[in-house]
Design a protein around this ligand. Structure first.
Ligand code: C5P
Length: 229
């Protein structure tokens, strides 16, 4: 299981300082909406300058018509990133269109599909999707798998059943991880490291418990030592 640290600090400078502090670790870094909208390609270039071995997950959660999604994915693949994501609810035509377009690229990035955001509880999820989270997340995962997508973003609670209905090599990445019982914030379906390991999760995403800590490096060290047990 790999650790992916969400670089959700308010400024480019602070995100780069955090990356600098964590540069000796074998970790992934997640660049989200806020940073990418503000800092664009610069943040990616600067992160790779800090440590060329940092793996970068560009968390833009694409959702649009198939043609626009394929075009956007083609542009994303030209950036120096290692993984990006889209919404599974954009549908199988959009997802397979993206994977077809990426065949034109040498060394394409990993593509993940978002199933259900970990900030949803069942009531708010059902209001939109009219199904229980578990049931719908599984359906989204199957759609993504059948469209040639490499894995899904889901909660730790769905990881094992998603792998059981798709394939053990179908990747799962789970946000909402609270390694040491930290505050959940807006996340509803949170889990700790041991639970994620039991659920065969491939990547855990941790944001606030790391970047809001007094000593982020110490927390990352503690997480990595749990992961290597
Ligand atoms: O601070 P926290 O650990 O809750 O951060 C989780 C990160 O993962 C945030 O950057 C959030 O945007 C992202 N994320 C999520 N749920 C998803 C996909 C991404 O929380 N389904």
């Amino acid at each position: 299981m790999k650790l992916c640290v969400a670089l959700d600090k308010p400024t480019l400078k602070e995100n780069l300082e955090l990356a600098q502090e964590l540069k000796t670790f074998d970790i992934w870094l997640k660049v989200g909406f806020r940073s990418y909208i503000r800092d664009g390609k610069q943040i990616i270039q600067e992160l790779k300058t800090i440590n060329p071995n940092f793996k970068i997950f560009l968390d833009l959660k694409l959702y649009d018509i198939p043609n626009t999604m394929a075009d956007a994915s083609f542009e994303i693949a030209k950036l120096d990133i290692d993984m990006f994501n889209l919404h599974a609810s954009s549908g199988k035509i959009a997802m397979s269109g993206v994977m077809d377009r990426l065949k034109e690229v040498k060394n394409p990035p990993i593509v993940l599909a978002v199933t259900a955001l970990t900030s949803f509880d069942d009531k708010n999820f059902q209001y939109i999707y009219e199904k229980k989270i578990e049931q719908k997340a599984l359906q989204f995962a199957k759609d993504a798998y059948e469209s040639g997508i490499n894995g899904v973003v889901c909660s730790a609670y769905e990881s094992k059943s998603i792998k059981a209905t798709t394939d053990s090599s179908f990747l799962t990445l789970t946000p909402g991880i609270r390694p040491f019982k930290e505050d959940a914030g807006d996340q509803k379906r949170v889990a700790d490291i041991e639970f994620a390991q039991k659920e065969l999760v491939d990547f855990i995403v941790v944001g606030r418990p790391i970047y809001k800590a007094n000593d982020p490096k110490e927390i990352v060290e503690k997480i990595l030592s749990r992961l290597s047990r």
